[in-house]
Design a protein around this ligand. Structure first.
Ligand SMILES: [Zn+2]
Length: 259
């Protein structure tokens, strides 16, 4: 497909250009202020604006985030939007405060954790992660069906062998037999996979740095090629999917060992 080079063309994926400040608006009451949840001049609560979580906090679309600062901001806003504080305000403002407050909680919960933060950014980038099918996994677990999951290429062999061992272990348990050496093998496999899983935070964090560097470059007015942006984005998706796959696998091992 030919790529459109029209600068005005809307690409839902382009979020590199940061808009660290929420859409500007004036206070409905005193006319002052930068858009935010409440007016910094007169203190009136502002009507909620539908914005994504990064924008809500006035943050650029970066993945390295000072969680301490985010937390302070969260508590500060929570105080200002708290029903008790706003009890003497107009009904309209109280309703706004409530709505803002619930948006605030969602935004904070999503952004404070680096994994959900990454997943959220990817969602904004139009990516539907395999793990979004978590419900499908749960359903498969419940019904005892095997969920079709794509095995990450680097794990194929290991997973194949592991699944055979797990199956054997399940059978053993059903028959009331104990195979200590198989048990030990599974425990070794678990440890090995757990190390792999833990090591992936570093891999992820490397992709965050790459992403953030692009945001920085873009903020400084440099052109970031779509293809570069997509490369980093897809790398993040790949790592996350592999990580989720490993987590499910570890759960399977635990289930069999503890059954
Ligand atoms: Zn005002």
């Amino acid at each position: 497909m030919p790529q459109t080079k029209d600068k005005n063309a809307k690409d839902s994926g382009i979020l590199i250009v940061s808009q660290s400040k929420p859409a500007k608006a004036n206070c409905w009451s005193c006319g002052a202020m930068r858009a935010a949840q409440f007016c910094q001049q007169c203190g009136k609560v502002q009507p909620p604006v539908p914005v994504d979580y990064f924008t809500f906090f006035g943050l650029p679309y970066k993945l390295n985030l000072e969680t301490g600062k985010l937390e302070r901001e969260f508590y500060d806003l929570s105080r200002h939007l708290h029903p008790d504080i706003n009890a003497i305000k107009s009904e309209r403002e109280q309703a706004w405060a409530l709505e803002q407050s619930s948006h605030l909680n969602d935004a904070y919960r999503t952004l404070k954790d680096p994994i959900t933060r990454t997943e959220y950014l990817l969602r904004l980038q139009g990516v539907q992660l395999e793990e979004q099918s978590k419900a499908a996994t749960e359903e498969a677990r419940r019904t005892g069906q095997i969920k079709k999951q794509v095995v990450p290429p680097g794990l194929l062999e290991e997973v194949f062998e592991l699944n055979m061992q797990l199956e054997e272990m399940r059978m053993n348990k059903k028959m009331g037999e104990i195979d200590r050496s198989l048990e030990r093998e599974l425990e070794d496999a678990k440890k090995h996979l757990q190390d792999k899983y833990d090591g992936m935070m570093q891999e992820l964090s490397a992709t965050w740095n790459e992403w953030d560097a692009q945001v920085d470059r873009s903020e400084q007015g440099e052109t970031v090629l779509d293809e570069d942006r997509l490369t980093v984005r897809d790398k993040m998706v790949e790592v996350l999917n592999r990580r989720n796959y490993l987590r499910n696998l570890l759960q399977d091992i635990d289930e069999v060992l503890e059954s």
